[in-house]
Design a protein around this ligand. Structure first.
Ligand SMILES: Nc1ncnc2c1ncn2[C@@H]1O[C@H](COP(=O)(O)OP(=O)(O)OP(=O)(O)O)[C@@H](O)[C@H]1O
Ligand SMILES: [Mg+2]
Length: 256
């Protein structure tokens, strides 16, 4: 059974079809990238599959449960966590308190949704805030206000806050935007570790296509709201429609 199944998801804003009949299944433990030009509908698709944006039509199932039309809290309660393209941290609270906020949310999750959240089933690293800070590399910043750390550290913190809710499925929206090459590689490695060591399903939107394609096993390409490709990085960079719409010829020649 797919952890998340999106069937024919369409989101309209007035006359604009931001997401156009997109269907995709995401299995347990997958690391999947989503790429596409600006305005392709990537964030809107994320908003739809996390309950943040009501869908115009289509169906959403999380672990076999019908969640179409439900709000973000229901999706979160079923193990879905996400970051936002613009980081949303509590600026006046310490870095540590921001992560503790996520842990409190996990603690409040109704028991019936806790099948994967039982303490023994939770990776040790997600059991307390200091360990989460260690994982994301922000231990030294624990006590400073979240508003005073750098934007790239805020992106890491947002990942930490999402992890603290003990998700099974993590959606990352451009967490590497604005990072230096070195930071970008570190971020990609962190994302791999989350999947490998914490057994998460991760869906990752990023414009840094070369890095993304080196780290994911599968990639979806959106263009003008439509899903134009869903395959391995090797397949996708050779797909004529993808080359035409987004990547150009150089990527097809890059060694993948
Ligand atoms: N709330 C909204 N109301 C109206 N139009 C919207 C809204 N949100 C997004 N759009 C439009 O929907 C389309 C898809 O936007 P979206 O933000 O999903 O693209 P994206 O692929 O995430 O782009 P980017 O790479 O720039 O982040 C764009 O044309 C955008 O202007
Ligand atoms: Mg976006």
């Amino acid at each position: 059974m797919a952890l998340l199944e999106a069937q024919d998801i369409t989101v309209r804003f007035g006359g604009l079809v931001a997401v156009d009949a997109v269907s995709a299944r995401f299995g347990a433990g997958e690391l999947v990238g989503i790429i596409g030009p600006n305005g392709a509908g990537k964030t809107t698709f994320f908003n739809a599959i996390s309950g943040v944006q009501p869908v115009t039509s289509g169906r959403l199932q999380v672990a076999g449960r019908e969640l179409t039309g439900r709000g973000p809290h229901r999706f979160a309660a079923h193990g879905l966590a996400r970051t936002f393209q613009t980081p949303r941290v509590f600026a006046d609270m310490s870095v540590l308190s921001n992560v503790e906020f996520g842990l409190k949310f996990a603690g409040k999750r109704p028991r019936k949704y806790w099948l994967w959240g039982e303490e023994e089933g939770v990776a040790w690293v997600l059991r307390d805030a200091p360990r989460i800070l260690q994982l994301i590399g922000l231990s030294a910043q624990a006590d400073v206000p979240a508003g005073s750390i750098t934007p790239s550290q805020q992106r890491l913190l947002e990942i930490g806050m999402a992890l603290a809710t003990r998700p099974r499925l993590l959606l990352l929206d451009e967490v590497a935007a604005g990072l230096t090459e070195a930071e970008l590689e570190d971020m990609a490695r962190l994302i791999r570790r989350l999947r490998d060591e914490l057994d998460l399903t991760v869906i990752w939107i990023e414009h840094a296509v070369t890095t993304l394609l080196r780290h994911v096993e599968r990639v979806l390409v959106l263009h003008q709201g439509k899903l134009i490709a869903d395959g391995t990085p090797r397949e996708v960079v050779r797909n004529p429609e993808v080359i035409e719409a987004y990547l150009g010829d150089e990527m097809a020649e890059a060694s993948l």
